[in-house]
Each structure stands twice: as C-alpha cells, then as structure tokens.
Design a protein around this ligand. Structure first.
Ligand SMILES: C[S@@+](CC[C@H](N)C(=O)[O-])C[C@H]1O[C@@H](n2cnc3c(N)ncnc32)[C@H](O)[C@@H]1O
Length: 237
C-alpha cells in the first residue's frame, strides 16, 4: 500500500518549507491541495508551485468551506468535503504516494487532521505520515524580532472568534497570547485589548512571508484597514 502524507508548507515564504516536506512531495504521484473557495486558488499549492516540477504529477484542488467545526463535527457541507477528499486520496493511492500540502503546520488549525480522521474511519489500516511545517506564529514572531515565550511564561494560542469573556480570561491569565483568525473581529478585539490596557502590547502581522506582508503596531489603524484573513496578533505582556 502506498503512503498518504500531510505536509506543512510553512506560512507563505517558499523558502520556509522544510527540505523533508519538499523532497516527500517531489516523490508523490498526486497532490491533493486544499482551498477555501470553489473559484479560488490553493494557498498551500501556490507556495510549492515554483519549487518543484508539477508536470508529471496529478494535482487536484479540493474546496473546504470555511464553516465552524466544533468538537470534530462540521456542517453537512464541511463533512461532505472531508469525505470527498478522503475518497479522492484513497483512489489515487492506487497510483503511488499522495501528498496533502497545508499552510503552516498541520497540527495547528489545519483541515489536514479532519482529512486524517475521515481517512482513518474509512480505511483504518492505511499508512498516514505527517511532516511538520513552520507555523504562522513562528514566522510572525521572527519578523517582529520578538519571542513567543521565555523562561516560565505561559503561551496560549487561541482563535480570536472566542467570546469576550473567554478571551478576557485568557488575556488576563497568560503571559503571551497568539490570536489567530482575527480579520473579521478586529473592532471587538481592539475594544477588549483597550479595556485590559493591552493595546500597546499587541502587534498584528498580516500575510507574513507573502507578497502583501505588513506589520501593524497600531491596532486601531489595522482595524480600519481591509485586513487579510492571513493575519495574526501577538500580545506579549
Ligand atoms: C486555518 S489557520 C492555519 C494555521 C496554520 N496551520 C499554521 O500552522 O499557522 C489560518 C490562520 O493562520 C494565521 N496565518 C496563516 N498564515 C499566515 C501568515 N502568512 N501571516 C499571518 N498569519 C497567518 C491567521 O491567523 C489565519 O487566520
């Protein structure tokens, strides 16, 4: 039986993919790449496109709608997309190894692990290997020349879509907080950070390692800009 690989591509800069991730993809017969919109492009595929010859490979893009997933359960549409991807992967494993490139690291808010769980239900004995990637937060901290945590500090990574009470508790009790998926909730976040007197400690990193990279130290201004989905805030007290 051939192997299915879930491969982290890093956050955007093609030089931030691992040697192992790239070599493994080069040896795969098929790439199944995720994208968020039917008519959009796969960001993960865009990262690897210029690094390898795709002419002799089968490349399939699968759309995963961006709906909320809770406790591993998605909407009907989302679960149908997981099953569609899993079936495609099983079909193409007959022709050789298959890779699923995913933005950043597969272990951090990635569709890769939903596909993993769906495949394991459909074919419990199949071999799946994960190849880690550099996370967006690692890239953001490097661009900002700031650590995520040192010594005895507590680092928390959290979707910014949590309610204010839960976010407030986390922001109060942790030394360093990484807020992901911030772009649609900036007004609420700015108000909360202001209330907690943390606005000056927060930096927003937009499209790190990508063509549109920006670092926003003024979060009020960032909230008034058309912030990209690929934006992350680091708050270090
Ligand atoms: C679905 S999660 C993917 C996270 C990814 N697996 C990782 O390891 O970082 C998408 C969120 O990651 C963050 N993100 C991904 N790429 C980014 C980038 N290049 N710059 C800043 N934030 C990014 C944003 O917070 C975005 O809303």
């Amino acid at each position: 039986m051939n192997t299915f690989y879930i491969i982290g591509t890093g956050p955007g800069d093609p030089e931030l993919i691992t040697v192992k991730g790239l070599r493994t993809m080069e040896n795969c017969a098929t790439l199944v790449a995720p994208k968020a919109k039917v008519n959009g492009d796969s960001t993960a595929l865009g990262i690897v496109k210029g690094l390898m010859d795709l002419d002799n490979k089968k490349v399939i893009e699968v759309c995963f709608p961006m709906h909320k997933v809770e406790n591993g359960k998605g909407t009907q549409e989302v679960e149908a997309a997981w099953r569609e991807a899993a079936q495609l992967i099983l079909d193409h494993l007959k022709d050789g190894d298959v890779a699923f490139p995913t933005l950043g690291d597969p272990a951090v808010y990635s569709t890769g692990f939903y596909v993993y769980a769906t495949l394991k239900e459909m074919a419990p004995d199949m071999e799946i290997k994960i190849i880690p990637g550099i996370t967006a937060m690692s890239c953001c901290s490097a661009i900002g020349n700031q650590p995520l945590c040192l010594g005895g500090e507590i680092l928390t990574v959290v979707p910014a879509t949590f309610d204010d009470q839960r976010l407030g508790q986390i922001l109060t009790s942790c030394d360093s907080v990484v807020l992901m998926k911030v772009h649609n909730v900036m007004d609420r976040l700015v108000a909360l950070l202001d209330e907690l007197d943390l606005l000056d400690r927060a930096v927003c990193y937009e499209q790190c390692g990508m063509a549109g990279q920006k670092v926003h130290t003024n979060l009020r201004a960032a909230a008034n800009s058309d912030l990209h989905y690929f934006s992350t805030i680091i708050i270090r007290k």
